[in-house]
Design a protein around this ligand. Structure first.
Ligand code: BMA
Length: 315
C-alpha cells in the first residue's frame, strides 16, 4: 500500500459517541467536553452544549465505561450567569477539567464569551453539582486554557492562548492562589508559512504528566481559501520548568477524516478538551469535539505517542 503513515489515534467504532439526539432537552449541538475519571472509575464529561440560541452552557454526562450508556443531567448543570458574572454574557465554552490532589477538588478552566471576545474563567467543584466561580482570570482575547494538577516551584501553573492578531501562541502563567496570575511566559510559538500549525495554535486537553515531561496534545489551525482545518500535534515540556519545550513533532498526528468530523456546524474540526488514562497507565481515551457538532472518542497508547515524538521531533 502507498502513502503509509503512523496511525496513533484509533477512532471508536461507536463514533460519534454523543450527539444532540442523545439529549434529554432541546439543544443544537454537544461537543468540546472536559473529561475526568471519578474515584469509582466512572467517566464524567462536562459537555459544552450549544443551545438553539447559539449560547453555550455545560451539562454533565456520565458513563461506566466511557464509551456508551451515558446518563445525562436532565437540565443544564452550569449555565452562564451574566447577572453575577457579566463577562459570561454570550455563554461558557470549552471546559478543561484538572483534578488537583492538594485541593481535593476539580478545577474547571473554561472560556467566558464576553462582550469583548473570549476570556479565561475558572471554577472549582467537588461534585459537579455546585461550583465556586472565580470569574475571569485572563482578559480577552484568551482561551484554550488548563491548569496543571500540581504546583510548580510553589506556584499554580496554567497554560493558555492569548491572541496577538493575526497570530496566537501558547503561554504559561503562574499564581499563588488561582486568582492572581503573573510570570506570563511564552511556551510555544505557532509556526509560520505553510506549516499545519502556522499562525494559530492552542492547548487541546489538559497536559499529561509522564516521567519524560508534560506531554501536550495541541491543535494547529491551518487557514486557506477553503477555510480552516483543526488538526492535532504533540510536544513535550520540562516537568519542573514547563515553559521549556523539549520536543515538538513535525507532523500532525490526528486530523478530520470521517464524515462527522468533516461536516457539521464547523466542518474540518477535531478538538479534544479532555482525556482519561486507563488503569494500565498507558491507554489514553481522547474525547474530541467533531465539527463543533458531536463528540468522538479516539484511543492512543501513551508510550507510542512518546516514542513517535522521539523519532519525529524537529531538530
Ligand atoms: C476554536 C474554539 C472551539 C471551536 C473551534 C472550531 O477557536 O472556539 O470552541 O471548536 O474554534 O470552531
Amino acid at each position: 500500500m502507498n502513502n503509509q503513515y503512523a496511525v496513533l489515534f484509533h477512532r471508536n467504532k461507536l463514533n460519534p459517541i454523543l450527539t444532540a439526539n442523545n439529549w434529554p432537552y432541546p439543544i443544537n449541538s454537544v461537543f468540546n467536553a472536559g473529561a475526568t475519571l471519578l474515584k469509582d472509575g466512572t467517566t464524567l464529561f462536562l459537555c459544552r452544549v450549544e443551545e438553539r440560541s447559539g449560547i453555550s452552557h455545560f451539562c454533565v454526562a456520565k458513563s461506566a465505561n466511557g464509551v456508551d450508556g451515558w446518563i445525562i443531567d436532565k437540565k443544564p448543570t452550569l449555565r452562564p450567569d451574566p447577572d453575577k458574572f457579566p463577562e459570561e454574557l454570550w455563554g461558557i465554552e470549552d471546559p478543561r477539567i484538572t483534578y488537583v490532589p492538594e485541593l481535593k477538588k476539580y478545577v474547571v478552566v473554561y472560556t467566558a464569551y464576553t462582550r469583548d471576545g473570549p476570556g479565561v474563567a475558572l471554577a472549582q467543584t467537588e461534585d459537579f453539582i455546585t461550583f465556586e466561580r472565580f470569574g475571569v482570570i485572563m482578559p480577552p482575547d484568551d482561551k484554550d486554557a488548563a491548569l496543571l494538577p500540581r504546583r510548580i516551584n510553589g506556584s499554580w501553573a496554567m497554560i493558555h492562548r492569548p491572541v496577538s492578531a493575526p497570530r496566537a501562541h501558547m503561554w504559561i502563567s503562574y499564581s499563588p492562589d488561582l486568582r492572581n496570575w503573573g510570570e506570563h511566559t511564552l511556551m510555544m510559538n505557532a509556526r509560520k508559512g505553510a506549516w499545519w500549525d502556522a499562525n494559530k495554535i492552542g492547548l487541546s486537553p489538559p497536559p499529561i504528566e509522564t516521567p519524560e515531561g508534560w506531554l501536550l496534545i495541541y491543535h494547529g489551525v491551518k487557514l486557506s481559501c477553503g477555510g480552516c482545518i483543526y488538526r492535532l500535534g504533540l510536544a513535550l515540556f520540562d516537568l519542573e520548568k514547563p515553559e521549556i519545550c523539549l520536543k515538538r513533532g513535525r507532523e500532525w498526528i490526528f486530523a478530520p477524516e470521517e464524515p462527522y468530523e468533516l461536516n457539521g456546524d464547523v466542518g474540518n474540526v477535531v478538538f479534544p478538551c479532555g482525556y482519561t488514562l486507563a488503569k494500565d497507565g498507558d491507554t489514553l481515551n481522547i474525547y474530541y469535539g467533531a465539527a463543533d457538532t458531536c463528540i468522538g472518542l479516539a484511543t492512543a497508547s501513551l508510550s507510542e505517542l512518546l516514542d513517535w515524538l522521539d523519532k519525529n521531533c524537529e531538530e
